[in-house]
Design a protein around this ligand. Structure first.
Ligand code: CIR
Length: 249
């Protein structure tokens, strides 16, 4: 398994914030936590391909938003935030050696953080970053079914919902209606921990932020093995644990 990551931009404290207040962010601490995350990926068996930082794009560390990797192709996105559009070319270059590429084009916008791919079907968050035109293009380019999921009060669909086992979804229920996911089991996050629905499932283990101890307890009680990482610094610009890698199986 390969994980594509990118070194943290020096300008990271200028990253976009949408649903939280801007607070001071330490570049050094973000770099340390990112290194811990990369080490966790390596421990879980990933070969990490780390791209060089793009200091002119504060959010470039969040490579997940720039592409969607399938078994047979990779979709290069057109990110919803204009400040992020220049991030895609270098990710496309890196992915080209692993998959044929297809491209989302204007007027569509889509962030990879809105794209959940479960059982050969796309569930795509309808958010400030992702529009209806992107859903149509994604269906046409990939030949897969695409279901739009309205998201309330969270940046991306995967801010609020991610798989933590083959048939189990971790969900922060206030942001989404879970009715379209009736075929899955659902585990709710602890209500005292906002934006705690983002976990990264690798094999049968889950990378999860240390700053959500109550939800972690719920996950462990459900039999999930957690690899904890310090992730509160990148969370100050709305980054979670899925955002900082692209997994190529
Ligand atoms: C942004 O607003 O685009 C970044 N500050 C955070 C992106 C987080 N990405 C993700 O959840 N996939």
């Amino acid at each position: 398994m390969i994980a594509i990551t990118r070194a943290v931009s020096r300008s990271i404290s200028q990253g976009e914030v949408t649903h939280i207040e801007r607070v001071p962010l330490s570049y050094e601490r973000a770099v340390m936590q990112h290194a811990q995350y990369v080490a966790a990926l390596t421990d879980l068996g990933c070969r990490v391909v780390q791209l060089p930082a793009l200091d002119e794009h504060p959010d470039a560390v969040f490579v997940e938003d720039t592409a969607v990797v399938l078994e047979d192709m990779a979709v290069i996105t057109r990110p919803g935030a204009e400040s992020r559009r220049g991030e895609v070319d270098s990710v496309a270059e890196a992915l080209r050696q692993f998959r044929p590429l297809v491209l989302i084009e204007a007027p569509a916008t889509i962030d990879g953080g809105d794209v959940l791919y479960l059982r050969n079907r796309f569930y795509v968050g309808l958010t400030t970053r992702t529009n209806g035109a992107a859903l149509q293009q994604l269906a046409r380019l990939t030949g897969r079914e695409v279901i739009g999921i309205p998201v309330r009060g969270a940046l991306h669909l995967k801010t609020a919902m991610t798989p933590v086992a083959e048939d189990l979804l971790l969900v922060e229920a206030q942001h989404i209606d879970v009715a379209p996911f009736a075929d899955f089991r659902v585990l709710e996050t602890d209500p005292s921990e906002p934006f705690s629905g983002n976990a990264l499932l690798i094999g049968d283990r889950v990378i999860y932020p240390n700053h959500f101890p109550r939800t972690r307890e719920r996950l462990e009680a459900a039999g999930i093995t957690i690899v904890g990482v310090d992730a509160d610094e990148l969370a100050k610009v709305e980054g979670g644990v899925t955002c900082s890698s692209l997994i190529v199986i």
